[in-house]
Design a protein around this ligand. Structure first.
Ligand code: 5GP
Ligand code: ZN
Length: 112
């Protein structure tokens, strides 16, 4: 049993509202949404952050492919959306399993 929250969601041990799944990616709704659409996309295999995930280019690319599909399905592909990896303390990363945030459905402000 892993003590990583997102590994536990991937394994099904902790429930989540899954919106998409591929061989290497799981996408589910954020428990504390910051926008009308707020989906978290994770690689099914553990990497601590985006820098580690860069060692797996196909896995990294799949996150973006799935994010684009979800944006279409959620009706935000035209209005726009934000894709974001928080990496490390200064960025506010709280879960140390790499994840891509997909945010949309409202007009967002500057990044930092
Ligand atoms: P970070 O701050 O590390 O970039 O993002 C972690 C995200 O995971 C946060 O937006 C937080 O709301 C979300 N989160 C934390 N715990 C859970 C959980 O148990 N289920 C889901 N679906 N999201 C979670
Ligand atoms: Zn993990």
């Amino acid at each position: 049993m892993s003590d990583c929250l997102f590994c536990r969601i991937v394994s099904g041990e902790i429930p989540a509202t899954v919106v998409a799944e591929t061989e290497t990616t799981l996408a589910f709704r954020d428990i504390a949404p910051q926008a009308p659409t707020h989906v978290v996309l994770v690689p099914k295999t553990h990497s601590a952050n985006a820098a580690e995930l860069a060692a797996d280019p196909p896995g990294l690319a799949d996150l973006f492919v799935v994010a684009a599909k979800i944006a279409q399905e959620e009706g935000i592909a035209e209005s726009g959306y934000r894709l974001l990896f928080n990496t490390g303390a200064d960025a506010g990363q709280t879960v140390f399993h790499a994840h891509l945030h997909l945010l949309g459905g409202k007009r967002m402000g500057p990044l930092a």
